[in-house]
Design a protein around this ligand. Sequence first.
Ligand code: CA
Length: 238
Amino acid sequence: MAVKQKILIVEDDKTIGHFMARALEESGYQVITAESAREAKMLFLSYCPSLVLLDLGLPDEDGIIVLEHMKKWHEEIPVLVVSAREREAEKVRALDMGADDYVTKPFGISELMARVRTALRHAGNLKREPENLENEVFSQNGLVLDVPHHKVTLDGNDIHFTVHEFKILELLFRHKGRVLTYSWMLKQIWGNYMTSDNQILRVNMANIRRKLKENPAQPRFIQTELGVGYRLMDDEEG
Ligand code: CA
């Protein structure tokens, strides 16, 4: 039998903590729980979990500080932030500090599980031998991105993409299922000199969506995470 993956839940709200623990255990994960920042850091260091679910509002310390410590100690361990709705600034800050994704309270079990699986898969991919990145072809739900030939097809039809549009799509594909913040994407595509002006990204994204015939109300590929960034939907959500 495969060794169970350990997940550390850091949550001071017992109801939410139990809900997450039960759902994860039923899906075959081993769960460790902490109700304070102090306990979280201790358990993190002694167990080296496969993944952490971190509530940002903890009684003894700001969860952001806990995140900072965890990323300093073990950058490779994915941390999913659990945050209240309407706290976009907090989510963006956590993501920019190295959090791998977030779930917004209140969340459903299927959403939580999808985020956990995506983060674990991504962490696993990073650990493996780096593949020849130049030769990759990604596909999702009828959309194919052929990196070496710089070619995009949708349901078999060629679509012309500009260099920047292509790079944005490639970035989303490489991090499928995860939310990417505006500032991170800007930096990846236009480099460090680019400031926090999202306009250029928004214009490019609007063009991409038009070319992909996306209906913003019911996206087939790219989801907007309001005030945070964009996410390429994972297969199971599509
Ligand atoms: Ca809390």
